[in-house]
Write a protein that binds this ligand. Structure first.
Ligand SMILES: Nc1ncnc2c1ncn2[C@@H]1O[C@H](COP(=O)(O)OP(=O)(O)OP(=O)(O)O)[C@@H](O)[C@H]1O
Length: 343
């Protein structure tokens, strides 16, 4: 794969909010390479610098130091007309859609084409094609306020794609939508990525969005990128405390502390954690192997998650029985699982 967006030691500082106050370091010495054609997620606490980082990629904000390269162009060095030209190659969508309320759906989608001087006939053709792509054929003459949130975001996506960008930046693009509409918009973004080959950078506080569509993810904390990896790896084996906090909101973690004590107080037997990342293993296979071995057990914590369409199982079971029988039962689960006793 070739890198599409490269950040080399990029920092962004804002002047202090109050005179004599401290400068705000929104992005702090970040180096990052986003590959051609991938969906790249950025997660982190509020104020970690995610939005600022994304606004640096299309130079809505100039960098304070460092360089940003998009394709073979160092966008952070450009000014004026040449910068604006490059900016049209990067589409952006927002949480609040940011549509022009006085323009129709077609007028909104046509807007970026007018700005770059595309003629009327070509504009009409392109708008029609885009509305069909996002599933809004027949709504060209509607006004944004007549549309649902999901439909408005589809218009936002059509508008962002109008000038055939190679990159789409999505800043909390599904955060104002209900779960069902979110799923539809994510399906559309996946099509934008796969069918049009557009590289997508997604910022979100919704971890389900990341586990559904992001190939890789970066975790930000106080302006820095503290962890990067394949989404599956970061969500199954987070390395930093910040990543763990986010991952735990969607992926079942091991019981610890008070929770573990409470489970021990209410369940007899030895506790084992069975984890599997293998496609061939299922919760049912684990349970039937234990049942067949004739030991008495029950599930006390955990379950199976889906990350990027791959399984991740983390089951904590309480097992009662004679030591040999327990060992045989656990052996009987077979390959593809890791068994660890919680002592
Ligand atoms: N234009 C600006 N002027 C001054 N400070 C800013 C500006 N934009 C962002 N900041 C500050 O930079 C820091 C990072 O903000 P940013 O919005 O990038 O974080 P974020 O991770 O996207 O947070 P959120 O999820 O809340 O949007 C914050 O301290 C914020 O107050």
């Amino acid at each position: 794969m070739t890198s599409h967006i490269v950040l080399d030691r990029v920092s962004k500082r804002f002047p202090p909010a109050k005179r004599g106050g401290d400068e705000i370091v929104a992005v702090d010495d970040v180096s990052l390479a986003i590959e051609q054609g991938e969906v790249f997620g950025i997660i982190g606490y509020s104020g970690a610098g995610k939005s600022t980082l994304v606004r640096l990629i299309n130079q809505l904000e100039p960098v304070t130091s460092g360089a940003i390269t998009v394709g073979d162009v160092t966008i952070s060095e450009l000014r004026g007309k040449r910068l604006r030209e490059q900016q049209t190659r990067i589409g952006m969508i927002f949480q609040r859609f940011n549509l022009l309320t006085s323009r129709t759906v077609a007028g909104n989608v046509a807007y970026p084409l007018e700005v770059i001087g595309v003629g009327r006939a070509e504009r009409t053709r392109r708008v029609e094609e885009l509305l069909e792509f996002v599933g809004l054929e027949g709504r060209a003459d509607a006004y944004p306020e007549q549309l649902s949130g999901g439909q408005q975001q589809r218009v936002g996506i059509a508008r962002a794609l109008a000038a055939n960008p190679q990159i789409l930046l999505a800043d909390e693009a599904t955060s104002a939508l209900d779960p069902e509409t979110t799923a539809e918009v994510l399906d559309l973004l996946a099509r934008v990525n796969r069918q049009l080959g557009v590289t997508i950078v997604v910022i979100t506080h919704e971890m389900e969005v990341i586990t559904r569509i992001a190939d890789r993810v970066a975790v930000m904390d106080a302006g820095r990128v503290v962890e990067t990896g394949l989404t599956y790896d970061v969500f199954t084996r987070p390395q930093t405390a910040t990543a763990k906090r986010f991952v735990q909101t969607v992926v079942r973690a091991l019981p610890e502390g008070d929770e573990l004590a409470r489970l021990r107080a209410t369940h007899d037997g030895r506790f084992f954690t069975i984890s599997f990342t293998d496609e061939g293993v299922s919760e049912a296979r684990v349970f039937s192997a234990l049942a067949k071995a004739g030991v008495d057990f029950n599930l006390v914590h955990g379950g199976v998650d889906d990350i990027q369409g791959r399984v991740y199982g983390l089951l904590t079971i309480a097992v009662r029985g004679e030591a040999d029988a327990v060992a045989r039962a656990l052996d009987g689960i077979g390959s593809g699982v890791t068994v660890e006793e919680q002592r």
